[in-house]
Ligand binder design. Structure first.
Ligand code: CA
Length: 519
């Protein structure tokens, strides 16, 4: 009997056992293949490197572990229950070297699979998010996407590796994880979910577009779906706001500018709480802060006014005024302007320009020709990293649900990308058909994926599950804001384009005193 037959045979026995046990209750852990046996599982274009039980609280991430989006706590591993840790290498192409980990709860498995995404240029297994999945009872999986290190250096001369991070690694990981789960527990996962933000949000959209049958539900936060053009635009914006000494806004002025924006726009939503419910309604004119005479701490020079406008406007060709990239940051992001407007371009953008666009790790960004190089960035990867296809009909027809979210004060990835993609899907698929399959929740006062003055915390997977498993599309989501570990504010998040409106009485920090209304 060869190995595959043996596994099928054992699987058959377990299936029969599961049916019998199903008559009297839940499938006990005893029905599962022992963790260590998974090391012998044969998988196409993949090899399992190890399969070992990890005792409760005993996991220590290799080399201190990698930070991932979507679940990092102070010590996300200390309270982990016992689990079976499977490490694998996936090789869908001859140049692929995709490291993946599949974590299987030793007891209390909820019968579901949860894949977690990456941040930045990936290059590490997102251990904190993986830990969050297992702690909540899921069989979880995460991948380094096929290279080591959070930069784009891997892509130079390795187009297959770019395809791996773009969409292939999450797909391969998901296919293999489902096989491992089936073998280990003797039953397939009842539901498969994906959760990611930033690069991980784009990975989620790519999954919905490219492999519509992989997941029953996808959470895509702050999705950077127009990735290479955005990297070109970020680099260009950085050059524009640093073009001469007069243009540079010192970070010491960010608070002053932010306060001026709040003074003008905070109360537009009926609640003076330091957060703009819909910053697209705030048409703040930064030239109101122009210094009367000499430069000072409470005003902006002429060049600084231009830079403030550039930070919050579509990117324009400085020579012709032509719009080169429409999605921009919104008023209210001032405290985070150092991200894109600091002394040099954002790291993930610069490494992309060097290694993918110009294919020269020493490329000097000061030599950028903004008029042509934003377009050049957009085409540089044969559109592999572009994840903006709005045709989600196959995913929706399969029953797939897409839950999107984005912070309005995201200083790194324009929230307009999520708004635009959402609207594009409605146009492509039809509003009625899309209505029960896609939802976007804009998050007032939330920064990039988390943090900020607005509520940034809600149980994303739970919301998605209720939608997928019980047909309850979220009409609103209660999110909370914490200070020093204590919840100090709750507020409903509303499905775009609705906004939360204060009912007029009761605490402004209590979600029950707000309702979602048309914008
Ligand atoms: Ca407000």
């Amino acid at each position: 009997m060869n190995q595959t037959t043996s596994i099928l045979h054992r699987g058959g026995i377990f299936m029969a056992a599961a049916v019998l046990i199903g008559l009297i209750g839940a499938v006990p852990a005893a029905a599962a293949t022992a963790c260590e046996n998974l090391a012998g599982l044969a998988l196409p274009n993949a090899r399992i490197n190890s399969a070992q039980m990890v005792a409760a609280g005993a996991f220590v991430p290799p080399g201190g572990g990698g930070a991932g989006r979507g679940g990092a706590a102070a010590n996300p591993f200390g309270s982990l229950p016992a689990f079976c840790r499977v490490t694998a290498t996936l090789t869908p192409s001859s140049d692929s070297d995709i490291k993946t980990e599949i974590w299987l709860p030793a007891s209390g498995w909820n019968g579901k699979f949860l894949a977690v995404g990456n941040g930045g240029w990936a290059g590490t297994i997102p251990y904190p998010a993986l830990a969050g999945a297992v702690a909540a009872g899921y069989a979880g999986a995460g991948t380094d996407t096929g290279h080591v290190g959070n930069s784009a250096e891997f892509a130079l001369g390795h187009p297959e590796k770019l395809i791996d991070i773009a969409y292939r690694s999450i797909h391969e990981m998901t296919v293999q994880s489902k096989a491992v789960i089936n073998s280990h527990y003797g039953v397939p996962a009842k539901f498969s979910y994906y959760n990611g933000c930033s690069q991980g949000g784009r990975q989620g959209l790519a999954a919905a577009q490219t492999y519509p049958e992989d997941f029953n539900g996808i959470i895509a936060g702050a999705s950077t779906w127009e990735q290479m053009r955005a990297h070109g635009a970020r680099t260009a914006l950085n050059l524009i706001v640093n073009k001469d000494a007069d243009s540079i806004i010192p970070p010491s002025k960010y608070r002053m500018i932010h306060d001026a924006v709040l003074n003008a726009c905070d109360a537009l939503d009926g609640v003076k709480d330091g957060v703009l419910e819909n910053p697209m309604k705030c048409n703040f004119d930064y030239s109101k802060l122009l210094c009367d005479g000499a430069d000072g701490a409470a005003c902006l020079t002429k060049g600084q006014v231009e830079s403030a406008k550039a930070m919050t406007s579509p990117l324009k060709d400085p020579k012709t005024g032509k719009v080169l990239f429409e999605p921009h940051l919104l008023p209210g992001t001032e405290l985070g302007w150092a991200t894109n407007g600091g002394p040099q371009p954002l790291g993930p953008a610069l490494t992309a320009m060097r290694n993918i666009v110009f294919k020269d790790p020493k490329w000097d960004y000061h030599t950028m020709n903004i008029s042509t190089d934003v377009d050049r960035a957009n085409k540089s990867d044969d559109r592999v990293m572009y994840s903006g296809d709005p045709n989600l009909k196959p995913f929706f027809d399969h029953g797939g649900k897409l839950l999107m979210y984005h912070g309005w004060t995201d200083p790194q990835v324009s929230p307009m990308l999520s708004v635009t993609y959402h609207d594009n899907v409605l146009k492509a698929v039809g509003k009625e058909k899309a209505a029960n399959s896609i939802a976007l929740f804009m998050m007032p006062g939330m920064n990039h994926c988390q943090g900020g003055d607005g509520p940034d915390t809600f149980d994303k997977v739970k919301v998605l599950e209720q939608w997928v498993e019980q047909g309850k599309k979220p009409a609103q989501i209660i999110a909370s804001h914490m200070t020093n570990g204590q919840v100090d504010k709750t507020r409903p998040l509303c499905p775009y384009p609705q906004v939360a409106k204060y009912k007029g009485t009761g605490s402004m920090n209590d979600a029950t005193n707000f309702s979602c209304v048309g914008n």
